[in-house]
Design a protein around this ligand. Sequence first.
Ligand code: SAM
Length: 300
Amino acid sequence: MAHIAVLQKETVLSLNLKKDSVVVDCTLGSGGHAALIVSALGKNGCFIGMDVDETALLANKKLETVTTTKVVLIRSNFAKIQEILQEQKVSSVDAILADLGWRMEQFDGTSGVPRGFSFKNDEPLHMTFGKPSEYSFTAYDIVNEWAEEDIANVLFAYGEEFKSRKIAKYIVEARKKAPIMTSGQLAEVITHAVCGTKKTPQRIHPATKSFQALRIAVNDEFDVLRTLLLSGFEALAPHGRMSIITFHSLEDRIVKETFKNFTRDRKGILVTKKPIGPSPEEVKMNPRSRSAKLRTIEKL
Ligand SMILES: C[S@@+](CC[C@H](N)C(=O)[O-])C[C@H]1O[C@@H](n2cnc3c(N)ncnc32)[C@H](O)[C@@H]1O
């Protein structure tokens, strides 16, 4: 299924773009926001798009040719924004966007690279946004090699999963028989731990929180977000803006707290006193947008 960019108008407005702005989109994804940003820039503008996933770069190749704006696409983790800007000889930027998490094609397997993000598909269990070899460990390593207590801690800390201990116990029992190789096998073990043999319909899939937790751990999502917020803010020109879209309360809290510290230190002002969410129409059209929150800060 094709990814639909969330909060499109709100995001572009939040960045306060001028024709000659230098903009970094840290999460190119399927290019929905990127296309809107590039169309707001003129021939003296510059757009740097990055994504840690090669398939996102391929999906956005056409951006380089459809505009007179300078467009540079780079495969990189956004935690390296400072290095990337140095390499590109960019001393300051006017706008930075990060739209966190996964894009639909990564989740449903249609990006061409199976990752095991979804409990609905039966894919190899690595859960990395980029190449698995570039990460310290994968979801396979966590579920097949980590101690029961460490698995439980990950599920609780990053998924707020209250049944974390029971799930970890079931995972360790299951792997004694054979390694848990795929997302489908893992989803089955977790469903069994949460629901037993009952077939009561659940509002959300019983593996939702555990899958989120494993993905956050594997991609070190909270630390890379903190690094982006600090280095990105550092790279902003005076009156430059940084907009971040989050999809769950744990990452939104990191953005909220970091932005609060910038304002407390009189380095920035909040453009969004409260986070901006989707309209009921957007949620109807794109249910994934329902948990999206956009926060923007402007550098003083
Ligand atoms: C929600 S999607 C972005 C969608 C995009 N705004 C659009 O309009 O299509 C998030 C993207 O961020 C990428 N991503 C996740 N973590 C990343 C990181 N640490 N560094 C760079 N890209 C990352 C994912 O690979 C994914 O393509």
